[in-house]
Design a binder for this molecule. Sequence first.
Ligand SMILES: *Cc1c(COP(=O)(O)O)cnc(C)c1O
Length: 420
Amino acid sequence: MIDWLNYRDGTLFAEGVSLRAIAERFGTPTYVYSRSAIAGAFAEFASAAAGRKALICYALKANSNLAVIELLARAGAGFDIVSEGELQRVLAAGGDAGRVVFSGVGKGAGEIRAALRAGVRCFNVESRSELQRLSDIASALGRRAPISLRVNPDVDAGTHPYISTGLRENKFGIAHDEAVDVYRFAAALPGIEIAGIDCHIGSQITEIAPFLAALERLLELIRTLRDAGIRLSHLDLGGGLGISYDAEQPPERRAMLAAIFARIDEDPLARELEILFEFGRSIVGNAGLLLTRVEYLKHNGAKRFAIIDAAMNDLMRPALYDAFHRIVPVTPRNAPDVVYDVVGPVCESGDWIGRDRALAIAEGDLLAVLSAGAYGMAMSSNYNTRPRAAEVLVDGTEPIEIRTRETIESLYALERRLPR
Ligand SMILES: *Cc1c(COP(=O)(O)O)cnc(C)c1O
């Protein structure tokens, strides 16, 4: 299922590195990523866009480790950011601000100033007030801010409500039927330069149809805007392509892009535009796992629990979205399966990683929680004063520690005892 993982002599390897060896050397819980899987996923998008005016951006919020950013920057990715912090990460990793698009519904004045100074490629704007603020700040700096409007195409992405963003009633974007007015408003502002149009309809989308429906809505708008004398230079379709966590069968990366480009090629106006994407999950999601150790096996009434050393603070998706992650033993035992709820040590009943999992395990065994490369470490916290996990990038036979496990002292280093 995940091609960079394989069992050799009864134990699980990530590329050419034994997960047991990683656990011994770096401890647990530890996030483990495959360099070739990340590069390979990006390369599939890049090859589908080869020879076209297109930029594949990586949405940093999925996994913002500097090494991940750097490897994608070297592969030619652009970046989709949602904060000044993410901009600084791109720059710290050697990325180019000229390939950065700045998304987000609540950009602060300081963030806007920093992004203008750095020279980001485009601000994806979500409201009139943001346009006004952007124009004021850009004018004060003697510049014009390149913008695209994030239009809400009002299509149902068919995904979890928390990660569905393209419907009329959520906080994101500008309503489709107001977009032309807002573009006119933008065109009249002194500090604004209209560059494009964008949308992002949600995440973990497993069909091509919602993307094509959104594209259709944007093509209509592009025509209306042209008739109103407003010309665009790019069309940004956002991210959101799903991955297989369990039995989902999302479209192949190449097939998804091919379907979009086929539609674009039919449209003389769209053909002129540079096409941008902002993929996160589909680049890193299946390129990572969370390596954890079984602390205790416990029998409570009718239920059995496997208590592991990773918790909701390390991987929040199950608690937050009821998300499914496959869990496999690193060294499978020749014993009958027992059904467990796999839970962490955090003091919350929502602290579970997997429910009703059939596993043959003993205390002390290692487990791999799969498909954890996106929105795993990036959403982690220090709840219960738990140091964040280490991160290891496997490159062939070499494990590279790309983030050291946090120390406990560092967790309260910014805090102060009472003055008296
Ligand atoms: C989160 C986000 C993305 C990336 O979404 P994925 O589902 O990880 O591909 C892209 N664009 C915007 C505006 C986002 O908020």
